[in-house]
Design a protein around this ligand. Structure first.
Ligand code: ATP
Ligand code: MG
Length: 228
């Protein structure tokens, strides 16, 4: 990806340089939202009475988007696989970019490490780290989704530490929480995140399997309807 530095409200920030797109797509493309998630927003995030944490999570993220930029820090969205963490992070990113004209970057944790590892020179790696460190709002999806090598750990720690030092918001999604997360990223990183992010905990069923079950039922003519 290519980047450029622009001045916004007297601050230098990094934005992705992504050519010409129609207005909405331009913003979403610039933010790095995966194609499959382009249509995800708060409106199509469904909640049900069986899982109150879904409504709570949706309301917390929505509130954050409404209050932005008058917010204190970022968000740490935790929950099992398929419970809508990425959906909510994308919804936030869309809303902030389209309605608040915030410069957000949406990064997949593994992809960003891969991209970093492909950079050939120390100078290019420092540049990459430098840009991510000053992006207005950085979203890292699937944070800590794999164990880190020493140099990856150094990269992630420095990124978080720089944003921590500059008071810049970070929105993370992860399947880990508590001690498990601490084990993955270490005490020092975890400690900074405590201070940097408001925690949102989702406890719900895997939506992917729910959707599969529903379409299976539909194919069978809805015989099992209501069993769940
Ligand atoms: N509450 C919901 N309402 C509508 N769609 C949902 C909801 N939760 C999840 N989905 C959809 O289900 C799919 C999986 O959700 P998502 O990718 O956000 O889960 P996740 O928590 O990020 O999972 P993982 O940890 O595996 O990345 C997506 O297509 C998403 O849009
Ligand atoms: Mg996800």
């Amino acid at each position: 990806m290519t980047w450029k530095i622009i001045e916004k409200d007297g601050k230098l920030i990094a934005v992705k340089d992504s050519g010409k797109f129609p207005e909405e797509n331009h913003f979403l493309e610039r933010a790095g939202i995966p194609n499959a998630f382009r249509t995800r927003d708060f409106g199509n995030f469904r909640v049900d009475s069986k899982h109150p944490s879904l409504l709570k999570a949706k309301n917390s993220v929505l509130k954050y988007s409404e209050e932005y930029p008058a917010v204190d820090g970022g968000l740490l969205i935790m929950g099992p696989s398929g419970t809508g963490k990425t959906h909510l992070a994308v919804a936030l990113c869309r809303k902030l970019m389209l309605e608040k004209r915030a410069d957000c970057f949406f990064l997949d944790f593994r992809e960003s490490l891969r991209e970093y590892s492909y950079l050939q020179t120390q100078e290019k790696r420092e540049e990459f780290l430098g840009f991510l460190s000053i992006v207005e709002l950085l979203i890292i999806d699937d944070f800590a989704s794999r164990n880190l090598t020493e140099w990856e750990d150094d990269f992630v720690f420095r990124l978080i530490n720089r944003r921590y030092g500059d008071g810049l918001p970070l929105v993370l999604t992860t399947v880990f929480k508590g001690e498990e997360l601490e084990k993955k990223i270490g005490v020092r990183m975890r400690s900074r995140l405590y201070e940097m992010c408001r925690e949102i905990n989702i406890e719900a069923l895997d939506y992917r399997s729910k959707v599969r079950r529903a379409s299976f039922r539909a194919e069978k003519g809805g015989k099992d309807e209501g069993k769940d």
